[in-house]
Ligand binder design. Structure first.
Ligand SMILES: [Zn+2]
Length: 112
């Protein structure tokens, strides 16, 4: 990724931000120390997964991080508390209408 990433921010809070690289159109969802890099098409599935806690396994510890999400790395998992997911979903919801507009623009570009 050698190109210059002109970055447009669509949402941010004290835990992360959500935006898009204007050059390669990759959506960056930064939350705590994780960075999810998504296409416009992948974003909707990602948001649905986070909103509905899909693919997450309950993990019972006394530490409050109660949901575990597998990653492609076999020994690495993401842990979320319900509060974490509320904060992440706030970013996703705030940016969703802008991303929907981006998707419509992309489709109309393809049609023209
Ligand atoms: Zn880029």
């Amino acid at each position: 990724m050698e190109h210059t990433h002109r970055f447009r921010t669509f949402a941010e809070n004290e835990f992360g931000y959500l935006g898009m690289c204007a050059s390669c159109r990759t959506i960056n969802v930064a939350f705590q120390n994780s960075l999810f890099c998504l296409t416009l098409d992948q974003f909707e599935a990602f948001a649905e997964m986070m909103h509905n806690r899909l693919s997450m396994r309950p993990i019972n510890t006394p530490h409050g991080k109660e949901l575990m999400l597998a990653t492609p790395m076999p020994n690495y998992f993401l842990l979320f508390s319900d509060e974490d997911l509320t904060r992440l979903c706030a970013l996703l919801s705030e940016a969703a209408p802008i991303l929907e507009a981006e998707r419509i623009l992309t489709v109309s570009h393809r049609l023209n």
